[in-house]
Design a protein around this ligand. Structure first.
Ligand SMILES: [Zn+2]
Length: 211
């Protein structure tokens, strides 16, 4: 694999990037216990987006990990999970938003949020805030009680853990370092993102003509 681009997301921020089919995206938790919300849209038609519902339907589990395919709202593969060093992520809950903090936590005044950070990062690609669906909440640890009650626990990720995804189509990707206290065990940390080519790193010596 060859590293094409590296991004360091400061705590409570977001970014967007373009990825080509066959390239890889690595979401890294550099310090541990930090969630990263991820969305993606087909590059040639952004009304096709990464779908929680379709993905859970076809995987037949809410616990997505190595080997699972993540589908679009049009049931086309968008991503394949190539390697997952944590094994617990959430694809049920929406990105934290100003309304999340107001309704769930009674926050008054402005609170940074994944929704606002995604909206700002995706705007230059022509993607409107209303188009942002349920996010793949990488490293988010949601426990489900037998009667269906959800509880948000500390992420299981430790420093250096990562999720490696292969793009199955050309896409615009939004990604964050999550802003919600409860999701990140009470503190806000950075997230590192790597865009990789699946081609091996070219060795200068190996390209020499063999004459
Ligand atoms: Zn968040």
């Amino acid at each position: 694999m060859t590293l094409l681009t590296q991004m360091h997301l400061e705590p409570q921020t977001g970014a967007a990037l373009s990825i080509a089919s066959g390239q890889l995206l690595r979401i890294i938790d550099p310090l541990g216990e930090q969630v990263s919300d991820l969305v993606s849209f087909a590059r040639d038609d952004t009304s096709e987006w990464l779908s929680s519902g379709r993905t859970i339907d076809y995987a037949n589990t809410i616990y997505l990990t190595t080997g699972h395919t993540l589908y679009s709202n049009r049931s086309r593969p968008m991503w394949t999970i190539i390697r997952d060093t944590v094994g617990r992520h959430d694809f049920l809950l929406t990105p934290c938003s100003p309304d999340t903090f107001r309704i769930l936590y009674g926050t008054t005044g402005h609170h940074p949020s994944c929704f606002e950070n995604l909206a700002a990062a995706l705007a230059p690609f022509g993607i409107a805030p209303n188009a942002i669906p349920t996010t793949l909440n990488v490293f988010m640890n949601v426990e489900i009680a037998p009667l269906g009650e959800l509880s948000i626990r500390a992420p299981r990720s430790r420093a250096g853990d990562y999720l490696l995804l292969r793009a199955e189509m050309d896409m615009i990707v939004g990604v964050t370092a999550c802003s919600a206290e409860l999701s990140n065990n009470g503190s806000f940390k950075p997230i590192d993102v790597e865009l990789l080519s699946s081609e091996p790193q070219r060795d200068a010596g190996a390209t020499r003509a063999s004459v």
